[in-house]
Every structure is written in C-alpha cells, then in structure tokens.
Design a protein around this ligand. Structure first.
Ligand code: HEC
Length: 327
C-alpha cells in the first residue's frame, strides 16, 4: 500500500480541509458556520467519526495483508515503512532532545550504590529541559532590562492604551451601526453633522406642515413645550416613525426615511425648543419639559429629586438623635 503519511497527520489534515470548505462555502456572517448553524457542527462531528472509521478499517486491512506475507516479505515491508525521510529526521531529533541512554548502554551510567535492590542511573538533564531553562534566563534578562532599567511601559499605560484602542473601536462601530437605531435605542444626537443632516431631512419633508422655523401650520408648533404625542427623543422618534393619530395628517415616515435619518430629524426637531418662530401656532397638547435640556438648552437638572433626598436625610437624623420621632 502506498504510504500517505502517518494517520495523525492524515486525519487532522483531511478534517481541516473539510472544515475550511464549510467555512468558505456556507455564508454565516461574522460567526463561524459551525456556531451559526448547528447542523454544520453535527456534520463536522459526523465527518470525524467517518474519518476515524476509515482509518480503523485501513489499519485492519493492512494488518490482515501483513499477516499473509512470508517472514522475509514482512521484514522487507517493515524496513520500507521505516524509511520515510521525515521519520528518520524526527526520530533523531526526538532522541537528541530526550538525551537518554539506550538500555544497552545503561551500564555506563549506573551508580555504585544499591538501595535494597533499587539502583540509580546517573542520567544527564534532558536537553529539551535545559534549553527551555536557558530560554527563560534569556527572557528574564530581556524583561529586566526592558521594564526595570529602561521602564518601557507599565501596567497603567498598557491599560490606557488598550482602553483608548477599544474606545476608538466602539466609535468606529457606532459610526457604521447608526442605521441600527430604533425607538428603544435612539438617543439625542448632538454632532453638528447629525443636526445638519436632520435639518436637510426636515426641509425636504416636513416644512410644508411644520414650517421651516417649526412654528407650525397643518402640523403643530414644534418650538413650544406642549406636545400631543410626547416630547422626549424616543416619543418624537416614534411619532416620526409611526405617524400621528389617525386622520390628523402626520404620516408614518418609516417607509421613506432610514432609521438614522429619523433619529437625525428627531434631534433637529428638539433643537427648536425655546426658539421663537415668526408665526407660532397656538400650543396643543400637554406641557412636557423636554428631559434632554431645559429651555436655555442646558442639560436638565432634576431639582425636585434632590430636595426629596435631602428631606429624607434630615428626617432620619431627627429620629436618630432623639430616639423618637419628633415631627
Ligand atoms: C402633511 C403634513 C405633515 C407633514 C409633511 C409632517 N407632519 Fe408632523 N405632524 C403633522 C400633524 C397634523 C401632526 C399632529 C398629529 C396628531 O395630532 O396626532 C404632526 C405631528 C408631529 C409631531 C408630534 C408633535 C407633538 O406635539 O407631539 C412631530 C415631532 C412631527 N410631526 C414631526 C414631523 C417631521 C420630523 C416631519 C418630516 C419628516 C413631519 N412631521 C412631517 C403634519 C405633518
């Protein structure tokens, strides 16, 4: 039989070729195919079983054929198997790294003493171990010089570098993932470029009913604090995406605008807050202070919340000092 290399090279090689083919031909997005589609994992498991089965069958066929040979032919066959180049080299290397004496030569290194019949060989340290030991010494010297003498970098800098890298990656991801935004994840956009894009969308699609300055016409005034359908970014996004109440004239824009465009125009609409339009339409709906900013455009501070907390603290203190509740 022609020699195709040892089974422990043949089997993994075949398996990885098949594995590579599945990854190449099955479209599974970013994930490897065998994670994305369990059936592929099942298939690969089956392939392993199959390959092992084939190897076992081949081995037994070889064995049966070997037994039918004459003694002389058996010897020739074994000799031909020994010959492979990689084998000779690999075996020599292995023996060298092991550094042990063959059993016949053990007499040379046996020590004199005899512990109740147990005798000791004076083996040299195995070369593979010694070389590894030298390697750690070289590593240690390089490490010492680099980090303790030249102070190349320390853990803090390493941490910071990795964090900066990660942040850059997140930014990059967010830039590409803008269209993934929906009513649950939308946030007020503040980048000038986003606001400008929102303005463009507004001027193309919305001015007919809301006026260029947001003062309102067919649609309600967008500059006041009164909102029919809610004035936080999520509500505004939702109104634009799903439309207003039936029959009022505000259509759902999700068919004609991309998610990112709706987020941009929603952020632009919220920028109207507190401006004075030329012909303001009378307020409609409830007053809802925009939680994203107060009228001047500064971030809103929830002062009611702070007062409540202070009151609670004082209340607890009075009880503690006097032991009883006074007020
Ligand atoms: C055909 C006229 C028309 C167009 C065009 C229009 N709207 Fe409206 N819009 C309305 C009307 C009418 C309402 C009130 C809906 C209601 O009462 O349910 C409204 C409501 C709104 C509201 C909610 C206001 C509130 O008080 O809750 C927002 C925000 C809004 N529009 C933004 C937009 C944006 C952004 C565009 C462009 C993409 C747009 N509209 C295009 C007519 C229009």
């Amino acid at each position: 039989m022609k020699n195709l290399g040892p089974w422990w090279i043949r089997l993994p090689l075949l398996f990885f070729i098949i594995f590579g083919l599945t990854e190449f031909f099955i479209d599974s997005g970013d994930k490897p195919a065998f994670l994305d589609q369990p059936i592929v994992a099942l298939f690969l498991g089956f392939i392993i079983l199959l390959l092992v089965g084939i190897e076992l069958i081949l081995a037994s066929i070889e064995n049966v054929m070997f037994q039918t040979l004459s003694e002389e032919a058996k010897e020739r066959y074994l000799a031909s198997k020994e010959q492979g180049f990689e084998w000779a080299w690999g075996k020599r290397m292995y023996k060298k790294l092991l550094g042990s004496k063959p059993i016949e030569a053990e007499g040379e290194i046996i020590l004199d003493h005899n512990y109740d019949g147990i005798r000791e060989l004076d083996n040299k340290l195995p070369p593979w171990w010694v070389y590894m030991f030298y390697a750690t010494i070289i590593f240690g010297v390089v490490y010492l010089v680099r980090f303790h003498i030249f102070n190349d970098y320390d853990q803090d800098t390493e941490y910071l570098t990795e964090m900066t890298l990660a942040e850059a990656e997140i930014e990059e991801y967010k830039k590409n993932a803008k269209d993934l935004v929906d009513v649950n994840t939308v946030e007020l956009l503040t980048d000038a470029s986003d606001i400008a894009a929102g303005k463009a969308v507004f001027e193309t699609n919305c001015v007919a009913c809301h006026m260029a300055d947001g003062g309102g016409g067919i649609g309600p005034n967008l500059t006041d604090q009164n909102w029919i359908l809610g004035g936080d970014i999520k509500s505004v996004f939702n109104t634009i995406s799903e439309g207003g109440r039936d029959g009022k004239g505000m259509i759902a824009w999700k068919q004609s605008l991309k998610p990112v465009e709706m987020a941009q125009v929603a952020s632009y609409v919220l920028n109207f807050q507190g401006t004075t339009p030329a012909n303001p339409k009378a307020p409609e709906g409830d007053i809802i202070v925009n939680p994203h900013m107060d009228v001047e455009g500064a971030p809103a501070v929830d002062s009611a919340m702070i007062e409540v907390e202070v009151d609670t603290l004082e209340f607890i203190k009075t009880i503690d000092e006097e032991g009883t509740v006074i007020e």
